[in-house]
Design a protein around this ligand. Structure first.
Ligand SMILES: Cc1cc2nc3c(=O)[nH]c(=O)nc-3n(C[C@H](O)[C@H](O)[C@H](O)COP(=O)(O)O)c2cc1C
Length: 309
């Protein structure tokens, strides 16, 4: 357990023992990873549940995951038991004092996003993250998050039906992430998560076919870190004017990575893919952050946010 320490921070009005937040899709619904010896959910500031839709989903055909140089491509297809099952059956089994559990909401229409947010509004989750990297079925499958106006419509509609803090997770697969951030802030988001996975492809040269069952997938892990860092840096130029905090993410796998994201403008840092190759990595990052603060004579990580000279 991380005792009272300088790496604690505040995000969305929530006290967090560490700036680390476990990322959606990499820790199930919060229970399985906590069974790991040497790790407890109380070591991290928050944990984001698997993306949840209104109805249950079985996910995509295999293959759904493939390792790449310094990363992985996934196209899980939002496998989940549906909002009602998550709220009624899974959430009551979680220990809310352990960490801040955050819902991850997905939808294929604005109405679906709204209905799932409503389902979580009266639950124990501390906040709601909007995964806007989902295809909009009413707009020919274009992803909400690749269009700043559509992104903002999702935020504005969800804002009306929940009192929970909203985090909007921005897509890197678009032309103008700064405009997207600005419109989502104006639509009422409380924080921004930067970035979701980067669209990618893998080909089997013997079969001459695409490897992933869903054709394309999302690239994550250390391979995307420099891109993610640049997006956080860009978004921070907009978000700091509005006092809207960023949860930086994309390939973070060391204390040094986390500090880079904080210096670029992130208040909290997400860890996802790195958990697959080092399940205890969060303990190491926490320790490294404490060491860095002490070595630099800093009392709090907050002094570092956007602290590039
Ligand atoms: C297997 C897998 C499943 C994911 N599922 C979701 C999801 O359900 N919702 C979501 O918003 N992001 C999902 N993501 C994206 C991660 O939450 C994260 O934003 C991304 O992987 C970048 O961080 P990382 O490089 O540390 O993994 C998933 C990523 C992986 C690897």
């Amino acid at each position: 357990m991380v005792s009272k320490s300088t790496i604690s921070t505040e995000f969305l009005g929530l006290e967090m023992v560490s700036p680390i937040i476990l990322l959606s899709g990499c820790v199930g619904f919060g229970d399985e990873y906590s069974r790991l010896e040497g790790f407890s959910n109380s070591h991290v500031g928050g944990l984001i549940l698997k993306g949840t839709t209104l109805e249950p989903r079985l996910g995509n055909e295999p293959h759904r995951v493939i390792e790449t140089p310094s990363g992985m491509l996934n196209s899980i297809g939002l496998q989940n038991p549906g909002a009602k099952e998550v709220v009624d059956t899974i959430l009551p089994k979680l220990e809310p004092l352990e960490t801040h559990y955050i819902a991850n909401v997905s939808g294929s229409t604005i109405e679906e996003y709204v209905d799932v947010c409503r389902a979580f509004d009266d639950s124990l989750v501390a906040a709601i993250e909007l995964n806007i990297s989902c295809p909009n079925v009413k707009k020919g499958g274009m992803e909400f998050g690749n269009d700043p106006e559509m992104s903002a419509q999702v935020v504005e509609s969800c804002r009306k039906v929940t009192a929970k803090p909203i985090i909007t997770k921005l897509s890197p697969n678009q032309a103008d992430i700064k405009l997207n951030a600005k419109l989502c802030i104006e639509a009422g988001t409380d924080a921004l998560a930067v970035i979701n996975t980067i669209s990618g492809l893998a080909i089997d040269i013997d079969k001459k076919e695409l490897v992933l069952g869903n054709r394309a997938g999302g690239l994550s892990g250390p391979a995307i870190k420099p891109i993610a860092l640049k997006k956080v840096y860009d978004v921070y130029q907009v978000s700091k004017k509005h006092g809207v905090p960023i949860m930086g993410q994309g390939g973070i796998s060391s204390p040094e990575d986390a500090i880079e994201f904080i210096l670029a403008g992130a208040t909290t840092v997400g860890v996802g893919t790195a958990l697959f190759f080092d399940p205890l990595i969060c303990n190491k990052i926490n320790q490294g952050l404490e060491t860095y603060l002490r070595a630099n004579g800093l009392s709090s990580l907050d002094d570092l946010v956007g602290g590039l000279v």
